[in-house]
Design a protein around this ligand. Structure first.
Ligand code: CDP
Length: 806
């Protein structure tokens, strides 16, 4: 080796593999405005579709007259439920085992429900003509309150299922009941409460919110009548699932459906499901023989395509008087809107809500969730979280603070006392989840030290005294949250979508010159997959990340995958990528052994090459081996260097973190200033620290939006009062606080590279942290629980209730 020979460290750095803050390769096109989104697509002869929507939340549809709309020059067709019935598509199955109207069939069940679809030569003609469709409605009493949905005289929402005593998830108690789902041991939990020294019970409400991606849901359907083939471009987080569901619904053979998801401008769960817009665009293309585009506007997005949360969680904790938790119970009413279109793994009607015991060693626990129908839009998606985990984390973390308050303990001390201990991992929770790894005490200690927690509490005490003396009208709150996520759905033994096991896949081809392509069944919506999957391959195969192309979102080329949501890309497809690399590496090793005339076992891996053990001067680099794979393979070996892996994870991964937030609340205006927000995350092995930081910033910003102002609100008549960005709080750079990020690293023992998901953690942990901070500010005045969102008006009202404006 001469002085000019790069060292192993230098060769490794050049690869930009795992652990490197590699710049996002996709940004080269995004910052230049060269992204390729669905609405950029313009096909010859393309038509545009637009919906006529219901002004009523609940009404009988007496008559639809499309004559005037159809007569507008440029209008090609108007589709109603009657048209769809001719192809058996007036209703469609949902991912949750329910059915959903594509276009109003006899009744409308929520405001802005799709009633008819106008197809025209251009978007504006379609929109104008839609206004000319005449619909005669007979308004019906409506209900938007889930707590009243099962009252004896509640309006019947679903006439199609009114008399069914069995639903997709078992017996139904009432005509507006969707399902009851339970987990844990009720008898054990009840016994813990019977014996408890101290117990708390609080109705903790997580309001209805909406993921609100910048790019709304949209598609272009193009049916080729000659070939009988459908090409569907769309904002799909799960392209293969859309292909399979599309085939089942339309009866077009699956091999004749091509689904393409180009660049996507944010998804956050909103782009998982199938919507009436997709079905109508497909039918319209079949009917007209021309491509048809459908693009939601902002109001349509906020008021009709999948909402999130809407969980009413009566949460109880039992404990000993010295602060050891002995039991947990939670009875939840889940508002599903008019159709159960939740995007959960099929067997889990309340998702992974039973992660509600959180990060704590709780011996006995039980949850029960009742889903109900109301006159609201369907959905129930995981808005930047794994299915219903955010709801669970919010309930337990608020309840922990309420219990600490009752016990007169500090929230950190109470958590520390109950956290699962390092030596208990792998830890089996009272609900049966096996937490893979964790070091919770180290994380909490680091957080508390870094923010100077004791000093902050001392400052808060002084401020409280000053407030009582009337010297200030500001109260200070310190919010603490410790969360455990459950991501990477999922092991096929307990997770499927409509019967398709939730594995994922990666196919890697290494070209003769040593570069390659990797195709996956996941789909980035901004998470930077093109950057990070290549880093896994770089480390595994010793090929520079820059020499690897990542391709997602094309069902014709990618192996079957279940898509990207619930932070499953890294835990599942990241693992598939590493495993496919290992197959390639094993073959490369055999080629190297042949070329170096040694036994396979005499070789060792060294960053980007196989070298002979004890004789490092003799080696073959991956570039040399790639070339050899196409011209010099050992006798009997297939040429080429490629592999595919379908990865069925043995377990979920359990990322965790602890967040601390400091707020100052003005009791006279209700304004909350976030003074400080510290976020420590542990996602196991870190692939790209810069991307992780970006994910945390984005997720915390969404958490801030949810906790401090977001709500999809309905008035008593079922009108959506927050269906535009004037009324629905989407934080901009102006309102967004500054984030301090930190980490610990506890690898997952069952993941090939030890990585856990991260993208959703900040939403899961952020929301309770903000809420705990605002609630903490008012604790010394006797307040126990103020519901989210903590906007100025509600905070002012809370202060008013405490008599602070007298
Ligand atoms: O499924 P989704 O992409 O939304 O979530 P994720 O698996 O948590 O990944 C989000 C982004 O963070 C991806 O670009 C990952 O490669 C990256 N990430 C990372 O760099 N290290 C981890 N341990 C986890 C994720």
């Amino acid at each position: 080796m001469n002085d000019m020979t790069p060292t192993a460290a230098e060769r490794s750095a050049k690869l930009e593999g795992m652990g490197c803050k590699r710049k996002r390769v996709e940004d080269i096109r995004f910052v230049q405005g060269k992204g390729n989104y669905v609405d950029d697509l313009k096909l010859p002869g393309m038509l545009y579709g637009d919906f006529i929507r219901s002004p009523h939340a609940h009404a009988r549809v007496k008559k639809i007259d499309t004559t005037k709309a159809a007569a507008v020059p440029g209008v090609v067709a108007v589709i109603t439920a009657e048209t769809l019935k001719t192809v058996n598509l007036a209703w469609m199955p949902t991912l949750a085992g329910d059915v959903q109207m594509v276009l109003a069939d006899g009744k409308v069940l929520f405001q802005n429900q799709e009633v008819a679809f106008v197809i025209a030569e251009d978007r504006y003609t379609a929109a104008d003509a839609a206004e000319l469709v005449e619909v005669e409605y007979e308004a019906l009493p409506c209900n938007v309150d889930p707590l009243k949905a099962m009252a004896p005289n509640a309006p019947v929402i679903r006439e199609d299922t009114k008399d069914k005593t069995e639903g997709a998830h078992g017996p139904r108690k009432h005509y507006n009941h969707v399902f009851n789902w339970q987990a844990g041991d009720k008898a054990a939990a009840d016994a813990a409460f019977a014996k408890a020294d101290v117990a708390i019970k609080e109705m903790i409400v997580y309001p209805r919110v909406h993921p609100c991606p910048l790019e709304t849901c949209q598609c272009v359907a193009s049916f080729d009548k000659v070939k009988g083939e459908l090409t569907l471009w769309g904002t799909f987080q799960a392209p293969h699932v859309i292909r399979t569901v599309g085939s089942l619904i339309s009866k077009i053979p699956e091999h004749k459906i091509h689904v393409i998801a180009p660049d996507i401008g944010g998804g956050f769960g909103n782009k998982v499901g199938a919507y009436p817009g997709y079905i109508c665009a497909i039918v319209a293309s079949i009917v007209t023989g021309r491509p048809v585009k459908w693009v939601e506007d902002r109001i349509e997005n906020l008021s009709t395509t999948a909402f999130a949360r809407d969980f009413y969680m009566e949460t109880e904790i039992a404990a000993t008087k010295d602060g050891k938790i002995t039991g947990l119970r939670c009875n939840t009413i889940a508002d599903h809107g008019a159709f159960d279109a939740c995007a959960n793994a099929t067997k889990w009607p309340a998702g992974l809500f039973s992660i509600i015991s959180g990060s704590y060693d709780i011996p006995a626990a039980h949850v029960s969730v009742d889903g109900v129908y109301t006159n609201k839009a369907p959905g129930g998606v995981a808005y930047r979280c794994s299915f219903r985990v955010t709801e669970a984390a919010y309930a337990i973390e608020r309840a922990m603070d309420i219990m600490a308050q009752k016990l007169g303990m500090d929230p950190v001390e109470f958590r520390m006392k109950n956290l699962i201990r390092r030596e208990q991992f792998p830890y089996t929770s009272a609900f049966g989840w096996v937490y893979d790894s964790g070091d919770y005490q180290t994380a909490l200690n680091k957080a508390v030290e870094t923010v100077g927690y004791k000093k902050l509490r001392a400052e808060q005490k002084q401020k409280q005294e000053a407030f009582k003396r009337g010297e200030t009208r500001e109260v200070m709150g310190i919010g603490v949250a410790f969360f455990t996520e459950i991501v990477g759905a999922g092991p096929s033994r307990n997770c499927d979508i409509l019967g398709i096991a939730m594995f994922d896949s990666a196919e890697i081809r290494i070209h003769p010159t040593g570069s390659g392509i990797c195709r996956l069944g996941t789909k980035s919506q901004g998470q930077g997959h093109e950057t990070t999957y290549a880093q896994i391959i770089a480390t595994e195969l010793g090929i520079a990340a820059d020499n690897i192309m990542i391709e997602e979102g094309n069902t014709d080329t990618a192996p079957y995958g279940l898509g990207t949501y619930g932070s499953r890309s890294t835990p599942v497809s990241g693992a598939a990528t590493a495993m496919a690399c290992r197959k390639i590496k094993a073959k490369a090793q055999m080629i190297a052994a042949y070329m170096l005339e040694v036994h396979d076992d005499d070789l060792e891996w060294d960053v980007d090459r196989f070298r002979v053990k004890g004789n490092p001067e003799r080696f073959k680099t991956m570039t040399e081996l790639a070339w050899a794979a196409y011209h010099e393979v050992p006798p009997g070996m297939e040429p080429g260097l490629e592999a595919i892996n379908y990865y069925d994870p043995p377990n979920f991964t359990f990322p965790f973190g602890t967040y601390i937030c400091v707020v100052d609340v003005d009791v006279d205006t209700g304004t909350t200033k976030v003074r400080r927000f510290y976020a420590l995350d542990d996602c196991g092995t870190r692939i790209n620290p810069m991307i992780i930081e970006g994910q945390i910033h984005g997720g915390l910003t969404e958490a801030f939006g949810i906790a401090m102002g977001q709500e999809i609100h309905y008035d008593d008549e079922g009108n959506v009062t927050t269906a535009s960005l004037l009324d629905y709080f989407l934080p901009t750079a102006v309102e967004t606080p500054k984030w301090e990020t930190d980490w610990t690293t506890t690898p997952s023992p069952h993941h090939p590279i030890g990585a856990k998901g991260v993208g959703e953690s900040p939403n899961v942990g952020g929301v309770p942290c903000f809420s705990n901070a605002v609630n903490d500010a008012f604790k010394f005045l006797g307040s126990t629980h103020i519901q989210m969102p903590h906007d100025n008006w509600r905070t002012w009202m809370a202060a008013d209730k405490l008599g602070l404006h007298a």
